[in-house]
Design a protein around this ligand. Sequence first.
Ligand code: SF4
Length: 289
Amino acid sequence: MKVIRAKSAGFCWGVERAIKVAREESRGGERTVYTDGPLIHNRQMMDALGKDDIKEVGDYQSKKDLKISDKAEKESVVVVRAHGISPQRREYLKDLGLPFRDGTCPDVGIIAGKVKSHADKGHSVVIFGDPEHPEVIGLVGYAKGRSHVISNEADLHQLPALGDNVAMVSQSTMFTHEFKHLSGLLASKYPNLLVFDTICGATKERQSDLVELVESGADAIVVIGGKHSANTRKLAKLAASYDRPTFHIETANDLNPLNFSEFSTVGVTAGASTPEFIIRKVCERLEQI
Ligand code: SF4
């Protein structure tokens, strides 16, 4: 079976940066690095980082108090996840009294800046995203109670009256065509709407490379990445929308050769938090089928 791999499959710069920050702080395992929730949304990579004593201690949404033993044997440090956190959570983490480093992706930082500056100026801020995702939970924290999260058109129609000054941003990993559609609808209601397309470049690139896989003749698509990873789930949804059998897997062990017996070409892509060693293994396994 022929395997075509998307050019952009694998780590984005924000994930690479968060891992670099955590590894620098761990100093080869000399210090314990606590991340408030998963540093990135990939279980296998978090396990690999565990070898450098980089440990996830918070919950998925970074809401609960952290349980950090004050009798730790080694010096320890807190690192903020790539998805970012709210200012309130930042204050809480800083108050723990441990050294503190920020692994927030700068692209998420830009969205937080837009939310904060417009909320400060009195705008209502509409955030297109998943209200349960840690990135969105963090962004809401910057809006001083002035934000409204919408995931679809039905949510948009249920928004209360927002006043004359409204701004709209997106979670970094959403679909561009959905953002355009929803911002267009909102603009027809609020002519002064300020629209900021804050879907990150890495997400856009992965989505357009997926279309290229389909156009290059892939009969089926394999999307590799964590089940919690928003951008991976979006890639799987996009692939399925092109009417191609789509398999969202986490590792090569999830591949069932029987599922691929009818295909001559398979396209492979991976979310922005999927490590290279997993992608390579999946491609090798597919080529053997
Ligand atoms: S997917 Fe985009 S926003 Fe998220 S970490 Fe990567 S570059 Fe940053």
